[in-house]
Design a protein around this ligand. Structure first.
Ligand code: HEM
Length: 372
């Protein structure tokens, strides 16, 4: 069974090999909550997360070891299940940095709600939040157990604002992992930043000591976007049109300019007609670093299906998660995607941004540097 250490230089759940399942939750601090409430909450969360990521109950007395006359500390549904590669990653939204908690002066200048993008149909209650928790595991029950118990621990101090279940990773973060597929049926994560690419991580993912603020060094910024995919419409497209939209072929994920999955796309190569082999409005071209000032991001999203809508269509899509050193990296790419052929089949319904502090030292808690 895989166990990822909770404590360390960076929080787990970013470069960690992407697990199969996600439960993500955004929280708002309770009205009237104080700085002490926030600090005690972060301490309690870190302690519980450090235990659950080892496959343990949230506390020593746990699900069945406490008084029979008291509600158990742990809800119990993960009893007997292994750690299942669980990672729990905490983030701080823009709303946390205000007078309530005496944090206004510690707010990163880069941390602001994302601007409105073309194609946004945002639902306020699927967006924003003071805090977030990303729980990823290879067993969905383990991920849900983590969010359920952490929200229970938050009782009276913070409450869930919105949450999202994800099944099926849509990226890879290590060379050994196979490239999974999203709900358009295409390989996703081919050109992602990988855990062993220290140079790319330093340049694109981790906030550096030379960036401000100092408490965020070794951390990152997390963008979450709930993107509905109109799969019924997509499924009626000719294969050639699907491939043109992405810029890669469906079978292997090879760029339409030729080669195999990991061949670099050649955007200058002519196709069968005089047109370029890779359409200039394809997703891969518009998102490619060559056309985005060299900028890259670490993608870590998941597929979702939240039942169906009133028209009997699947409420399906991609819960997009990306980690970057500066939110401008995401903003720049998302603006470039305004012309994306794929946007005809997408609606963005949720949006949030969080500053993700560095990892905690054993015995300390995530975010401690913010209060030092
Ligand atoms: C690449 C699908 C949204 C950024 C890709 C690829 C696919 C894909 C199939 C090609 C394989 C790969 O390299 O991973 C999707 C779908 C989306 C979506 C279905 C929405 C439902 C986004 C968003 C962004 C983004 C919102 C960022 C704003 C990228 C980047 C690449 C990529 C940076 C790699 C480009 C390269 O370097 O070749 N995406 N994507 N994608 N996507 Fe997306």
């Amino acid at each position: 069974a895989t166990v990822h250490p909770f404590y360390g230089e960076h929080q787990a759940g970013i470069t960690t090999p992407v697990q199969e399942h996600l439960h993500f939750a955004a929280f708002d601090m309770a009205d009237g909550a104080t700085r002490d409430d926030l600090v005690s909450l972060l301490k309690d969360w870190s302690y519980a997360a450090s235990r659950m990521t080892q496959g343990l109950d949230v506390s020593a007395s746990g699900a069945v070891g406490g008084s029979p006359q008291a509600p158990p500390d742990d809800t119990g549904e993960a009893l007997g299940l292994p750690a299942s590669a669980l990672t729990v990653t905490f983030g701080f939204g823009p709303g946390l940095f205000d007078a309530r908690f005496g944090l206004a002066s510690r707010k990163p200048a880069e941390l602001a709600e994302l601007p409105r993008f073309l194609g946004d149909q945002l639902i306020p209650m699927s967006s924003s939040g003071d805090l977030c928790i990303q729980a990823c595991a290879d067993d969905p029950q383990v991920a849900v157990h983590a969010i359920r118990n952490l929200s229970r621990i938050a009782f009276g101090r913070a409450q869930i604002r919105w949450s999202q279940l994800g099944f099926g990773r849509t990226s890879k973060t290590t060379v050994d992992q196979s490239t999974p597929r999203n709900l358009f049926g295409f390989k996703d994560g081919t050109a992602n930043i990988l855990a062993d690419d220290q140079e790319a991580l330093k340049k694109n993912v981790w906030v550096a000591a030379s960036d401000a603020p100092a408490w965020l060094a070794g951390g990152s910024y997390l963008v979450a976007r709930k993107i509905r995919m109109t799969v019924e419409v997509w499924d009626r497209l000719r294969l050639a049109e699907q491939e043109r939209t992405i810029g890669r072929n469906k079978g292997e994920g090879a760029p339409l300019s030729g080669g195999s999955e990991h061949t670099e796309p050649d955007f200058t190569k002519a196709g069968k007609t005089a047109d370029p082999a890779i359409d200039p409005r394809s997703h891969v071209k518009l998102a490619h670093p060559d056309f985005n000032k060299g900028v890259r991001i670490l993608r870590r999203g998941y597929n979702f299906v939240d039942g169906n809508d009133d028209l009997g269509q699947l409420s399906a899509g991609l819960f997009f998660l990306s980690y970057q050193r500066d939110p401008q990296q995401f903003i720049g790419i998302q603006r470039a995607l305004a012309k994306d052929l794929m946007s005809e089949y997408l609606v963005h319904t949720g949006s949030a941004i969080f500053a993700v502090p560095p990892g905690a030292k054993e015995g300390s808690f995530v975010g401690a540097g913010l209060f030092a």
